[in-house]
Design a protein around this ligand. Sequence first.
Ligand SMILES: *[C@@H]1O[C@H](CO)[C@@H](O)[C@H](O)[C@H]1NC(C)=O
Ligand SMILES: *[C@@H]1O[C@H](CO)[C@@H](O)[C@H](O)[C@H]1NC(C)=O
Ligand SMILES: *[C@@H]1O[C@H](CO)[C@@H](O)[C@H](O)[C@H]1NC(C)=O
Ligand SMILES: *[C@@H]1O[C@H](CO)[C@@H](O)[C@H](O)[C@H]1NC(C)=O
Length: 489
Amino acid sequence: MHHKISSILLLFLPFLITSTQVSRPFLKDLKVNGSKESFNATAANEKLNTTYSVVPDWPDGSVKLGSVSAVTLDVDGNVVVFHRDDRLWTANTFDMSNVYREQFKGAIKGFTVLALDKASGRVVYKWGRNLFYMPHGLTIDHENNAWATDVALHQVMKFGPKGSSDKPLMVLGSKFLPGQGNKFCKPTSVAVLKNGDFFVADGYCNARIIKFNKAGEQILQWGEHSFMGHSFPVAPRNHFAIPHALTLLQDKNIVCAADRENGRIQCFTALNGTFVGQFHSQTIGDRLFSMAYSPASNGQFFIVNGPDSPNTPVSGYVMDYKSKNVLSRFGAQNFQFSNPHDVAVSEDAEEVYVVELDPYKVYKFVKSKTDKSGRIPVKPTVTSVDDKDLPSAAKTTRSDRKKGSLALLVVVLVVLFGVLTLAMTLLISRRRRRGCTKLGSKRTRYAWDLPSKPDGFRLGNLLDRKKSGFEKLDQNGSDDEKTTAVLTT
Ligand SMILES: *[C@@H]1O[C@H](CO)[C@@H](O)[C@H](O)[C@H]1NC(C)=O
Ligand SMILES: *[C@@H]1O[C@H](CO)[C@@H](O)[C@H](O)[C@H]1NC(C)=O
Ligand SMILES: *[C@@H]1O[C@H](CO)[C@@H](O)[C@H](O)[C@H]1NC(C)=O
Ligand SMILES: *[C@@H]1O[C@H](CO)[C@@H](O)[C@H](O)[C@H]1NC(C)=O
């Protein structure tokens, strides 16, 4: 009963969010006086470095994908994607109690898991036929086991290396039965510790993180809805509005969750789930779909956001763990995406992969040897406009100064490189800028601009809201995963 009420409330979440400015549990409400209004996310985005560039034609057109929900790397460095083949998550996919409505379709018949060679993009191995109904998360652990979550099945499954011939080694949750306790409700993601303990983010309708031991027994859980029962000016610690992805910071023994509709990353000790920090940036906005972590450069998050305010581009971002500064930005075209859903990064942060629900794409990015942006970071404005710190977090101006001197260093280096290099940099930068301005009026593409199948019907509705000044359009549907798609129909 309680569960049912929760589900119904959840369905109305976006409505509540869009209709009540005061009770929105979003971090942007922090900036009630002043900076919220004046913050220009577009401008902040344009000032970021573009350190990563997309690898064209990787993979080539022979790799056929449906909506791609997850990307991860296996122990051999292959890029493993999890996709939905012929399935779409639409307004009708689930009933009001989060029960999957399309069991009659049977499990997806095609290969849902494809491992791609990171250099050639060719399929190295594939598996996952007749197992999944609505793929969501995929994680490959240090032993090359694959952990999948399926939001239709409400289950978490562990497979051996390369899918162990489609035979799961462990299945948690009850098939097609959403719930609490030992059941899940649209579980999103798994993270696995070296000792075999693992975490499950559960999920769209429960707002908890569960820690299991190697045998699959629950040993710890934490988390509450930030959108039910209370309204918070800012979602408190340990509260989630869809814990949508997990990642481990092995070097710090920390597990972090993408708290999607709160637009933040929350981190906890892997040992006991104690809150250790949270990460939010106005530059990234109020919807944060997934993050990956690299220990390189003392720790960096690679983040993908989601369609939100018309002023916040949808992109990939690099955020420094220590300073919480957004360092850099990457994307498919014009440094942007449409509906990115997951991101993976190599240990050394040289390669980054992003998958999208729509278009059905996986992208590869590589770190440029030089800062190709041409916008050498001489403008410390980025840091000053960017309020990435939460009230609980200590603000630091030290990093600004550090950034300033770094910028100076970079400038000096550039001069040392000589007139030729400088000229070339300028040339590249000018071209790039021209490219931007040309597209100026269409600088950002939003989900509601897309002719995406299940959501086209909402176009008018959304445009109206846009005009009337609403910034928060969470259920703009392209990401169908909106718990609330029903509402907008
Ligand atoms: C913003 O609010 C805080 C808390 O009330 C206050 O200390 C600060 O002076 C306010 N600033 C503005 C610009 O109103
Ligand atoms: C935000 O910045 C962009 C790019 O710098 C600019 O074109 C736009 O006019 C600014 N918007 C506002 C509201 O100032
Ligand atoms: C949780 O673990 C951390 C170390 O990871 C430790 O500092 C802290 O005291 C622990 N807290 C509890 C309540 O056990
Ligand atoms: C751009 O990148 C350089 C080096 O990669 C870094 O030092 C600088 O802080 C970055 N700029 C910004 C604005 O983050």
